[in-house]
Ligand binder design. Structure first.
Ligand code: BTN
Length: 232
């Protein structure tokens, strides 16, 4: 499909802007890139902070009506990881991970208006290293893996495969991607605990994209939670 591409020096949040447009009935496929976000948002109401120049922040808005929405954000993460580098890992549900640190995050939102759904896929990728800034460990950066990488080069590397992946996802869902996700799954085989109090051995994912945990009560399927690798 044809995409409108917009690059702005600053906006509150590329996801917020494309969600506002979707709710106002604008359904054109759009790629919105911001050099700076004043109110970048993460999952679970968190803040996404980045300094101009140290990261790539963009959102992609497209009309989409998949049979099954579950696993959409996993498909986004997989596409990004595969288009970036063999050593980029995936931490369920949708963080990009490298050497036990976060490399990037994904925020998928959807707006439904008059029977049409528009999906807004927000991506934040750390390009250059930066200090921990209150976090216990500094986040990972893509230049650790790809020393020459710049934000514009990264954008043109990840966006075309991402658009293709979304068109495929609409028809096939997550199940055919499961084995490719598993290759990069950083939680599988680890003891983990979830934000809703469960803990166990991570067995990987279901074909629908839920996390499978071997717990004392048997195998549990987790559909939404935050997961950490259990400290010993
Ligand atoms: C997360 O890790 O919790 C998700 C972070 C998603 C950040 C991106 S940056 C571009 C887009 N606009 C936003 O406000 N958030 C996403």
């Amino acid at each position: 499909p044809d995409f409108t591409v917009e690059i702005l020096p600053e906006i509150d949040s590329t996801n917020s802007e494309l969600m506002r447009r979707a709710r106002a009935g604008q359904h054109e496929p759009t790629l919105l890139v911001a050099e700076r976000q004043s109110a970048g948002r993460g999952r679970m109401g968190r803040v996404w902070q980045s300094q101009a120049g140290d990261s790539l922040t963009f959102s992609l808005s497209l009309p989409m009506s998949p049979q099954d929405w579950s696993g959409l954000s996993l498909a986004v993460g997989l596409s990004l990881a595969e288009s970036l580098h063999a050593e980029v890992g995936l931490k369920w549900p949708n963080d990009l991970w490298f050497q036990s640190r976060k490399l990037g995050g994904i925020l998928v939102e959807a707006a439904s208006m008059g029977g049409r759904s528009q999906v807004v896929i927000g991506v934040g990728l750390n390009i250059r290293p930066r200090p921990a800034e209150g976090l216990s460990t500094a986040p990972a950066a893509l230049t650790e893996l790809l020393p020459q990488l710049t934000a514009p080069a990264c954008l043109s590397q990840v966006v075309p495969p991402l658009i293709r992946a979304m068109l495929d996802f609409e028809h096939t869902g997550f199940a055919p991607l499961l084995s490719r996700f598993e290759v990069r799954d950083v939680l599988k085989g680890q003891r983990v605990h979830t934000s809703d109090g469960q803990q166990g051995l991570c067995l990987g994912l279901t074909p629908g994209g839920a996390l499978r945990l071997q717990t004392d009560l048997g195998v549990q399927e987790i559909h939404s939670a935050e997961v950490s690798v259990r400290p010993l």
